[in-house]
Design a protein around this ligand. Sequence first.
Ligand code: ATP
Ligand SMILES: Nc1nc2c(ncn2[C@@H]2O[C@H](COP(=O)(O)O)[C@@H](O)[C@H]2O)c(=O)[nH]1
Length: 199
Amino acid sequence: MAGPRPVVFSGPSGAGKSTLLKKLMKEHENVFGFSVSHTTRKPRPGEENGKDYHFVTREVMQGGINNGEFIEYAEFSGNMYGTSKVAVQAVQAKNLICILDIDMQGVKSIKKTDLNPIYISIQPPSLEVLDNRLRARKTESEESLQRRLNAAKVDMELSKEPGVFDVIVVNDRLEDAYVELKQALLEEITKVKKVSASS
Ligand SMILES: Nc1ncnc2c1ncn2[C@@H]1O[C@H](COP(=O)(O)OP(=O)(O)OP(=O)(O)O)[C@@H](O)[C@H]1O
Ligand SMILES: Nc1nc2c(ncn2[C@@H]2O[C@H](COP(=O)(O)O)[C@@H](O)[C@H]2O)c(=O)[nH]1
C-alpha cells in the first residue's frame, strides 16, 4: 500500500501554522510526522536544533542544494529555508502523514514534484490581526516584521487563486480553526489509524 498523502501547510508568517500543527500533532501523536526543514535563520528561544529546524549556515545550506539534497528551497525574509529529501523520507518510512510547513515559493516548487500532498492554507482574519500577532510573538525586529507583512500581502492574494490550495482555514478563533483543520484531514487520519490498528 502506498503511504499516506503528505500535507503542506502554508500561509503568512504569524497566521498560526505552528500553533495549529503542534495541537494536531499532540492530539494525534502516531499519525503525523513533521518534516524538519533546514534554515539559515537563528534559533528563537525554545527552538531545538533537529526538532524545529536544522539550523545551518548559508554555506552548508548552499552545499546541500548544490548536491541535490533538497526537494525545494526558498529565500524568505532574508534567510534560506528548505525541505530536504531525507526529512520527508524519515517521516514516510514510519508510515506517518508527513507535514511540511513551507512558504508560497515552496508550494509552487512542490507542485512541480510527484509528492502529491494535500495543500492547506492557514490565513489570518486580516492583515491588522496578523500585524498584532507577530508583534505580540516578540520574535521579529521591526525590519523583519515589515518584510514578513509585505510577504503576507502577496501570500494573501495568491492563496485566493483557484486551485492553489485544497483547503483554506481562516484562523480567527483558534478552536474553530482547529476543528476545521481536523475535519479537512479526517479521511487521511482515519486511514492511518486503520492501518496501524491492523498491523
Ligand atoms: N487564533 C489565534 N488567536 C490569537 N493568537 C493566535 C492564534 N493563533 C496563533 N496565535 C498566536 O499568533 C502568533 C503566531 O502564531 P504562529 O507562530 O503559530 O504562526 P506561524 O504561522 O507558525 O508563523 P511563522 O510562519 O512565522 O512560523 C503566536 O504568538 C501564536 O500564539
Ligand atoms: N519554502 C520553505 N519555506 C519554509 C520552510 N520552512 C519554513 N518555511 C516558511 O518560512 C517562513 C518563516 O518561518 P519562521 O520559522 O522563520 O517564522 C514561514 O512561512 C514558513 O512556512 C521550508 O523548508 N521551505
